[in-house]
Design a protein around this ligand. Structure first.
Ligand code: 13P
Ligand code: SF4
Length: 335
C-alpha cells in the first residue's frame, strides 16, 4: 500500500505505527543507512531494543545517556528507538528537532502506573515535600516534579539534598525503596512498578546460583527488594554493562530486560550471560513496550517521517525545568 500522500501519513500518526508490508527483498540496514545520510538523521536506541536495532543505531545507552545525546545532537531528525517517555524527553530537551518514535504505542507500565491527576492529589497531601521523579514517567508527571532522576544518578541526586529535606519519590517504589535503603532516607514512595522487573523469581534465581556457583548476579534497581538482596551488583543498564566488562568474573546472571544481553555479549565475547528467570514459563523479561519497535518500523518511520512526537509548548516548558536540573546535577555529581 503506498503511503506517500498526506491523509495516509496522518492516519499512521493517528494509529501510532505502520501496519503495511514492505518489499521483503529490501536490505533494511542499507536502506536505513542511506536515509540517515540523506536526511541528516540519528538513531538513538535503548539497550532493551532488539539486536537488529542495536546494530543500526548511532548511539545505544541507558535513559540518562540517551537524554544527554538527544539534547546535544546536531542531526535534524532523531529516530528514538525506545519507549514514549524517552522520545518525549528528547523532544522536551531539543524541540527544534523532528523526533520520531517507530511505534507511538510503545508505552511503559511504570509510567502508566502514575496518572498526573492522581499524583497531583498525592502531592497536595505532602505540601512540604520536594518531588523527585524517575524519568520513566509522562511529561505531565515531570511538570509536577522538582527534579528528575534516572537509575544511574538517583542516589547521587537524593544525597545532594539536605538530610532533613522531605521527599516524595515517584513512580517506582522499588527504585525508591532501594535508594531509601542506600541513603538512610525515608522518602514517601508512589506505589508504581515496572511489569518486567517485578517478574523475576527469587526461587529460580536461587537455584540458578546453585548451579552456577561462580556466576555473579547483577540486577537493575527496578527489581523487587528480595531480588536486589541477593545481587552482587545493582545499577542502571549502562552500569550493569560496565560492571560486566570490568569484572574478572566469567559468568553473570542478569536480572533486567533481556535486550541488554546482546550488547553484553558483543562487548564481552568470552563471558557467559544468563538471563535471570521470570516466575512463569513465558519470555516475560522482554519488555512488550520496548519490543513494539522493529527494524521495519524504524525504516518506515525514517522514510516517511511519521509517527512524530508532538507536544504542547506549555507542558514542554514545565517538564523541562526538572529535567534540566537533573542534567546540571549529573554533570556536577557524576564527573
Ligand atoms: P535505564 O536505562 O536508565 O537503566 O532504565 C531502564 C528502564 O527500565 C528503561 O525503561
Ligand atoms: Fe517501562 Fe519496565 Fe518496559 Fe522500562 S522495562 S519501558 S520501565 S515497562
Amino acid at each position: 500500500m503506498p503511503v506517500d500522500n498526506l491523509p495516509e501519513l496522518e492516519r499512521i500518526n493517528q494509529i501510532g505505527y505502520f501496519d503495511i508490508d514492505i518489499d521483503p527483498s529490501l536490505d533494511l540496514f542499507e536502506e536505513i543507512n542511506k536515509l540517515k545520510k540523506e536526511k541528516n538523521a540519528v538513531i538513538l536506541a535503548h539497550y532493551y531494543q532488539e539486536p537488529d536495532i542495536h546494530d543500526i543505531a548511532d548511539y545505544i545507552g541507558d535513559s540518562l545517556g540517551l537524554a544527554q545525546n538527544a539534547e546535544r545532537t546536531e542531526a535534524d531528525i532523531i529516530v528514538f528507538a525506545g519507549v514514549h517517555f524517552m522520545a518525549e524527553t528528547a523532544k522536551i530537551l531539543n524541540p527544534g528537532k523532528k523526533v520520531l518514535l517507530p511505534d507511538l504505542k510503545a508505552g511503559c507500565s511504570l509510567s502508566d502506573s502514575c496518572p498526573p491527576p492522581l499524583f497531583k492529589a498525592f502531592k497536595d497531601k505532602h505540601p512540604d515535600h520536594l518531588v523527585i521523579s524517575y524519568v520513566n514517567c509522562s511529561a505531565g508527571i515531570k511538570a509536577l516534579s522538582d527534579i528528575i532522576c534516572t537509575s544511574s544518578n538517583a542516589q547521587l541526586i537524593v544525597e545532594s539534598l539536605p538530610a532533613d529535606q522531605k521527599i516524595i519519590f515517584a513512580p517506582d517504589k522499588n527504585l525508591g525503596g532501594y535508594i531509601n535503603k542506600q541513603t538512610g532516607r525515608n522518602m514517601v514512595l508512589w506505589n508504581g512498578a515496572c511489569m518486567v522487573h517485578e517478574i523475576f523469581s527469587l526461587e529460580k534465581i536461587t537455584k540458578l546460583k546453585e548451579r552456577h556457583p561462580y556466576a555473579l548476579m547483577i540486577a537493575h534497581p527496578e527489581c523487587e527488594e528480595a531480588v536486589l538482596a541477593v545481587a552482587d551488583f545493582i545499577g542502571s543498564t549502562t552500569q550493569l554493562l560496565q560492571y560486566a566488562e570490568q569484572s574478572s568474573a566469567q559468568e553473570f546472571i542478569v536480572a533486567t530486560e533481556s535486550g541488554i544481553l546482546h550488547q553484553m555479549r558483543i562487548n564481552c565475547p568470552t563471558k557467559t550471560f544468563i538471563a535471570a528467570p521470570p516466575n512463569n514459563a513465558c519470555a516475560c523479561n522482554d519488555c512488550p513496550h520496548m519490543k513494539r519497535n522493529t527494524l521495519e518500523k524504524v525504516y518506515l518511520c525514517l522514510k516517511y517521517e511519521v509517527p512524530e512526537i508532538i507536544m504542547d509548548e506549555t507542558l514542554r516548558l514545565a517538564a523541562k525545568i526538572p529535567i534540566d536540573r537533573m542534567l546540571q546535577l549529573s554533570a556536577k555529581l557524576m564527573k
